[in-house]
Design a protein around this ligand. Structure first.
Ligand code: AHR
Length: 542
């Protein structure tokens, strides 16, 4: 195994700091991984006096769908459950999500949103219809509906993001739901809400119009969707939008955007409907070989050695996919008024043995922690356009924060990375010039590590490094421009095994601990980043 960091590109600004092509490729030789080699020396420069865009807190958003145990058992156990709860919502899960300052939760789907009729989920619980969950199998009791969702986001301190049913519903059904949620008038639908126990309107942050309209949302063509979007968006009655003088709807409208690298979708929809949207979504899932049809072919744990790099390479592709869509968006919206919301992202593996395949339950390992940190670093590098992201999903589904098993709960490695990154919420990006050697995934290569830096709302400078190199640590010598740092402290997340993970009810195997590999030497920050690790440090100014 060899590596050469001599040829990496340098001189990047914040925008391209994780696009580190140029170094020679390193191949990964085996699982269990070679003994730790001496760290490579990597020079870097942090420009603390050159603030970039704000890293919206919404980049750390979550997604909770009526799918498997994502809502039922995972979030909702009902008020009569023996599992401690507040009005039916699990106390342990709510507390864990509150602790990572979840800024926004997208709900109720996903594909489920495309078959959801909101009236099924209001009124007396005993009278709510039970329906087949036609997308994900099992039965939908509708016990968790509009009131329960808003109670949940209020309990965890998050904003609301409701995906309306555009595929099997009408603008009038959408309009009534919006009024039910937001009307403060003495109108009948607001009175119905009051009769159901909620006097004041709720604050509605974001409304998704369509979900995967190219797929489970009706297999629409982009031209057809753009027309339908315009029709639905008209009846959203967004404050200040075309036609409307007296609107009371402040929620932002999010159009159903492309899958992966489908720039034709982006182009066609923007050409027709850009003035009527505030944001457009993008869905990008990490599958080991990049092929959607193989999403359930590779395991979350016990994977072959080369799958470490394959998954991390596929995760790194997010950067290129964002660039492609940004180029199209910049043509239609050079002022960058329209946000790009990556409102579904994360790893997708074979379902855990013994579970219902439609429930998409998978374990979550140190590898997922690296995917998380690498992806958040990518979002930071695109923060002038990417204003929201929602990992799929919050609890028990795909790359989850939390796994539950009856009354037991585990915080996953992904959860811990979100916790480590909370100082980046609404922080201001700072340029960090650094280059990395490349790792190999088959014929492809990707940077061995990525990094980002920002000045937090707490005034401190925060630096994050995701080292995807399973075999090698790196010594980053970061010259500090524009800051006189007096103290550095931080955390590291790593483990001996690449598939180390946490199990509900068992002692945590993967969790952040104090990082002793940072020191200030003269005007530089020296970071000894271990192999396969995530490190976040904070600098206090002198
Ligand atoms: O997150 C699981 C599913 O993935 C969502 O329902 C859908 O939008 C996507 O295909």
């Amino acid at each position: 195994m060899s590596a050469d960091n001599s040829g990496g590109e340098s001189g990047m600004v914040w925008k391209s700091m994780i696009a580190l092509a140029g170094g020679a490729a390193i191949s990964l030789s085996g699982a269990g991984h070679a003994a730790t080699a001496a760290p490579f020396q990597i020079p870097a420069v942090l420009h603390a006096d050159q603030p970039g865009p704000v890293l919206s807190r919404h980049l750390q958003g979550q997604f909770a769908e009526h799918l498997g145990a994502g809502v039922y058992d995972g979030i909702w156990v009902g008020p009569d459950s023996a599992i401690p709860n507040t009005r039916g919502i699990r106390n342990d899960v709510a507390a864990a999500l509150k602790a990572i300052k979840v800024p926004v939760v997208r709900w109720p789907g996903g594909c489920f949103a495309d078959i959801y009729h909101w009236r099924d989920g209001i009124g007396a619980a005993a009278k709510r219809p039970v329906r087949k969950n036609d997308w994900w199998s099992g039965l939908e009791s509708n016990a968790f509906g509009t009131h329960e969702y808003f109670d949940f986001v209020e309990q965890i301190g998050a904003e609301s993001y409701v995906a309306i049913n555009m595929a099997t519903s009408t603008p009038s059904e959408m309009r009534e739901w919006m009024d039910y949620i937001t009307s403060s008038a003495k109108d009948s639908i607001a009175d119905e809400r009051r009769a159901n126990g909620r006097q004041e309107p709720w604050k509605l942050g974001f409304v998704g119009i369509g979900n995967e309209a190219w797929g489970c949302g009706g297999a629409q063509t982009p031209e057809y969707f753009a027309n339908e979007y315009r029709r639905f968006a008209t009846f959203m009655h967004r404050n200040g939008s075309t036609f409307h003088m007296h609107n009371d709807n402040a929620a932002l409208r999010v159009a159903s955007g492309p899958n992966n690298d489908d720039v034709a979708w982006m182009d066609t929809v923007l050409k027709s409907a850009a003035p009527m949207m505030d944001a457009i979504s993008l869905h990008y899932y990490t599958v080991f070989d990049g092929k959607w049809e193989n999403r359930d072919k590779a395991g979350a744990t016990g994977f072959p050695a080369d799958h470490w790099n394959h998954i991390l390479y596929q995760a790194s592709r997010m950067d290129g996919v964002l660039r492609m869509h940004e180029a199209v968006m910049d043509r239609h919206d050079p002022q960058k008024r329209i946000g790009l919301y990556v409102d579904e992202w994360g790893t997708w593996y074979a379902p855990e043995a013994g579970t219902e395949p439609g429930f998409l339950r998978q374990q979550n390992t140190l590898r997922d922690a690296l995917v998380t940190a690498m992806t958040l670093n990518i979002f930071h590098a695109h923060a002038d356009r990417v204003k929201m992201a929602n990992i799929a999903q919050a609890v028990n589904v795909l790359q989850a924060m939390i796994l539950t098993d009856g009354a037991k709960m585990a915080r996953t490695p992904t959860y811990h990375v979100f916790a480590m990154y909370t100082p980046f919420q609404d922080a201001t990006a700072l340029p960090l010039e650094v280059s990395a050697p490349m790792l190999k995934s088959g014929a492809n290569s990707f940077p061995a590590f990525s990094a980002s830096a920002a000045r937090g709302k707490d005034g401190r400078v925060h630096v994050a490094v995701a080292n995807a190199d399973a075999d090698r640590g790196y010594r980053l010598s970061v010259k500090l421009d524009g800051i006189r740092a007096g103290k550095v402290s931080g955390q590291v997340l790593t483990a001996a095994q690449t598939d180390a993970h946490n199990v509900p009810g068992a002692a945590e195997q993967v969790r952040p601990v104090r990082f002793d590999g940072a020191k200030l030497v003269g005007g530089a920050l020296v970071l000894d980043i271990p192999e396969k690790s995530v490190v976040v440090v904070a600098l206090d100014q002198n």
